[in-house]
Design a protein around this ligand. Structure first.
Ligand SMILES: NC(=O)c1ccc[n+]([C@@H]2O[C@H](COP(=O)([O-])OP(=O)(O)OC[C@H]3O[C@@H](n4cnc5c(N)ncnc54)[C@H](OP(=O)(O)O)[C@@H]3O)[C@@H](O)[C@H]2O)c1
Length: 231
């Protein structure tokens, strides 16, 4: 990854922070975003990456994010669209405002930021875009109407971007993690060695983008081998 320029959204904790860490350890330059200043500062101090307070659901923040990448790194080689969260509710009890607000981050924010990054990558003549979907976007489940639909949308738009961007030597890789032991959904304190850690997803992503540029992994899921086993 030496010398490659990363932009990671939602890099202040969880999977995003693990990607920031892995990319920095491999010699990449990294700008990452998030909203919580304290978390941003912590990852900045730990990795030497540049943390930027920016909300992916806000257009002005996305414009500023791309500008900061241009100023600090001169471009973007790898965009990791990771920022996202879950709003869970059963049909019959869905708060439409909450579902739309979640789509503003998980889907529309991702599209808005990528819409601004793609011209940069086209001008460079290459780039990698990694979209974090979920196994919830591969199989529906109870309470998943809003979240599963948002991740299904991520898988769908990833296929559209592949069709549009492969002729520009831009790879679009869609990653569907199963359960990962992060603070996602307010769950804290999980530490079962048989379940996935954020670093497992980061390792998989770095493998995909380390492949020869002629090789594209369009989509892959990452499951724990035996998550039912007690720690
Ligand atoms: N954990 C899982 O089991 C799992 C499984 C499949 C897929 N995923 C997906 O993986 C991605 C990362 O999840 P995670 O497990 O690492 O969750 P996490 O620990 O809650 O971290 C989410 C990150 O996204 C940032 N974020 C959220 N909304 C944002 C916004 N509007 N603008 C900018 N940053 C924002 C958060 O920072 P701030 O709050 O400071 O903004 C945080 O850094 C998500 O897209 C999630 O849906 C997770």
């Amino acid at each position: 990854m030496s010398g490659r320029r990363f932009l990671v959204t939602g890099g202040s904790q969880g999977i995003g922070a693990a990607i920031v860490q892995a990319a920095r350890s491999d010699g990449a330059e990294v700008v990452f975003t998030g909203r919580n200043e304290e978390l941003l500062d912590r990852v900045t101090a730990e990795t030497g990456a540049h943390g930027l307070q920016a909300d992916v659901s806000v257009a002005e923040d996305n414009a500023r994010t791309v500008e900061v990448c241009r100023e600090r790194m001169g471009g973007i080689d790898v965009l990791v669209n990771n920022a996202g969260y879950g709003y869970m509710a059963e049909i019959g009890q869905i708060d439409m405002e909450a579902m739309k607000t979640m789509f503003n981050t998980n889907v529309f924010g991702m599209v808005d930021l990528t819409n601004r990054v793609v011209p940069v990558m086209k001008a460079q003549g290459a780039g990698d875009i990694v979209n974090i979907a979920s196994t919830s976007g591969m199989k529906g489940h109870a309470n998943g109407t809003a979240y599963s639909a948002s991740k299904w949308a991520v898988r769908g738009l990833s296929q559209c971007w592949q069709a549009e961007l492969r002729p520009h030597d831009i790879r679009v890789i869609c990653v569907c993690p199963s359960e990962v032991q992060t603070a996602w959904g307010g769950k804290v304190g999980r530490n079962n060695p048989n379940k996935l850690y954020a670093s497992d997803i980061a390792d998989a992503i770095l493998s995909a983008i380390s492949a020869e540029r002629r090789a594209l992994w369009p989509e892959f899921a990452v499951f724990a081998t035996n998550p039912w086993k007690e720690g």
